[in-house]
Design a protein around this ligand. Structure first.
Ligand code: GLU
Length: 319
């Protein structure tokens, strides 16, 4: 009896020192050279600063990107994750990577963040002035699990390029692409991201001169897919790229998603902290410049999570 109660005391001591009264929340982001990763850290910092109020402890994970995050959330391995608005739409409707598994009814949206542009960057010496010049080239279209992979395939398909037949397509993570481009092991790569991005800065900073390639003539794509809009790459962020003007392309929005299984209190706390700290967040990264409380409710196709809805009603953002 005495031994049993001593053991009990010992175990509860361990639990207390591990923060047994805290709920752990994992936020899935993207690669270290993207915008999801620093944004995830900022959100975690906001929520963790209110530990005594919410009892939450957020940790941030670097991941393969949107598709990986959605699947990890649905499997219960992550509570919160970043996902492109187009990937959110596809998961809800059972398209693209979800075509065989079908619609994912447990996915929930929380809020949307910065615009992301489908960015194509190529070496000046590779002879790629337009997207159609990619035929026969070595091109990284993105790792399976990333958001950009399907954007690259869509862009290529819309100009009549079959990525499996007409290209030497690579499928590596965006973090590894700048090195391959600088080492002349690829000619170009796609990355769907907010600007500026560390990986794109790295790609422009080497000896091999590079430029952003306009993606135009994709009107069919915009007509076919409701989540794509026209967008511009602001080249002022990348002084070492050889472009002299902003580059036209198309884009989507970054969003935060979760699952119906995650508690309303967790999602409420995260939503509230992002919205009440919006001014501080906007100063943190130029990609957030255009954020307003109102446009952070756009681009959400999964049903709104009840915790986010609670905050939006309280704040008068939802009637
Ligand atoms: N949009 C990319 C993806 O979904 C990630 C961009 C980022 O890490 O900022 O994979």
């Amino acid at each position: 009896m005495r031994i049993a109660s001593l053991a009990l005391l010992f175990i509860s001591g361990i639990l207390a020192s591990c923060g047994g009264d805290q709920t752990f929340v994992t936020i899935g982001t993207g690669g270290l050279g993207g915008v999801y990763y620093p944004t995830g850290h900022e959100i975690a910092r906001m929520v963790n600063a209110k530990k005594s109020e919410y009892g939450l402890r957020c940790t941030v994970e670097s991941t393969g990107g949107s598709v990986f995050n959605i699947n990890a959330i649905l499997a219960g391995d992550q509570e919160i994750g970043f996902a492109q608005s187009d990937r959110q739409y596809q998961a809800v409707n059972g398209l693209a990577e979800w075509a065989t598994r079908g619609p994912q009814p447990r996915l929930r949206s929380i809020l949307s963040l910065h615009p992301e542009t489908v960015t194509l960057i190529a070496a000046d010496d590779a002879g790629v002035r337009t997207i159609t010049d990619l035929k026969g080239k070595r091109v990284n279209i993105g790792n399976p699990g990333s958001g950009q992979r399907q954007n690259a395939i869509d862009a290529l398909t819309s100009v009549g390029i079959d990525f499996e037949r007409d290209l030497r397509a690579e499928g590596v993570k965006a973090i590894d692409a700048p090195g391959l481009l600088q080492d002349d092991r690829i000619d170009a790569f796609f990355f769907t991201v907010g600007h500026p991005s560390g990986s794109l800065k790295e790609a422009t900073a080497g000896m091999r001169k590079v430029h952003f390639v306009p993606i135009v003539g994709v009107e069919k794509l915009l007509a076919e897919f409701p989540y794509y809009t026209l967008a511009m790459i602001p080249v002022s962020h990348y002084r070492q790229a050889t472009n002299t003007e902003d580059v036209p392309t198309f884009g989507v929005k970054a969003t935060l998603v979760t699952s119906a299984s995650v508690s309303a209190d967790i999602v409420y706390a995260i939503t509230k902290e992002v919205f009440t700290n919006l001014d501080a967040l906007k100063k943190m990264h130029p990609a957030y410049e255009t954020l307003t409380k109102e446009n952070m409710l756009e681009g959400l196709t999964a049903p709104l999570h009840s915790g986010a809805e609670r905050y939006f009603r309280e704040a008068g953002l939802l009637k």
